[in-house]
Design a protein around this ligand. Sequence first.
Ligand SMILES: O=C(O)CCC(=O)C(=O)O
Length: 332
Amino acid sequence: MLKSKQFAGIIPVVDYKLCGLDVSDQQVKREDLYNAGKELIDAFSAVGFVYLTNNGVDSSLLQEIRDVTDRFFNLEVALKERYTSKKSIFGYIGLNKENLEKAKPDDFKEAFRIDGTVFKHPEKLPEDICPGFRNLSLKFMTICSRLTERILDSISMAMDFKEEDSLNKCHNLLQTEINSSLLRLNYYAPVDQNILKPGSVRLGAHRDLGTVTLLFQDNVGGLQVEHNGKYVDVPPLQNAILLNAGDALHSISGGLIMSKKHRVVVPQEEVKQRLTRHSYAFFADPDDDVMINPPSIQNDETTNEASLKDLPNSMTFKQLCTNWYSKTRAPK
Ligand SMILES: O=C(O)CCC(=O)C(=O)O
């Protein structure tokens, strides 16, 4: 039975006022983290997604991120492609250059991916062609990491693990090169029906691989989650962060927490198709050497995760991640 009293569509809403970033580390109470954690687990085990309100992330920072990403994505393709890496997952991904759902045409979106290596190598960011990008993205990643730590504490306490900070102990190395957590700045340009292939989606159906994802989306809509065998809209909720659980958390929780497939579809209404959609996803991953049992959840042949089915029973998160990227997300 879900405890949450508020919902956006089918997504439970949890008020994080007593635990959000407005409350200092010294002031935040164990009991409040525990209570919020119970609500998060409740939502994660029912629908895999939950909205977090009063999270303490400043809306003016989100506006600045939006302005800077608009400036970047509006640059000429040749300039943006200077920041595409052939060797790593870092950097710019162009339109139709990634495919998260093998049964569909390539994703109709652009993105910029930033991982923890950036704290040692900020020169990997496109500051020369987009001034302001570097400081803002580093600041945003740091804020997302701090909030993630709170959320992991909430979940660990409420899961009644032996050690209350056990999830955070699996994420000791956030913001370093030996933890694959990632900020992905997504940019969904207005849909051009002349170049859109039949059956295209903005982002193909997939599950996330890590522990929790913090998703900041604008009010355009299009995100859907699979629930009881059908895709259901996840309506945007102003000033709320959408959290979803990934495969690693599903595995660590012994299957209690659900890692759900989700996708972003092209809106039906023409007026909405003419809008640009923005979303920023911070994927929190366990440290590279944390041992994980590969997800026991459904191997759905329509998605790229089907390729994870031949993995051994236990492996490091890095091995799981390498497998995932080599088979599912390699930039073309
Ligand atoms: O843009 C969205 O709303 C979803 C983003 C997402 O699922 C992803 O970047 O993996």
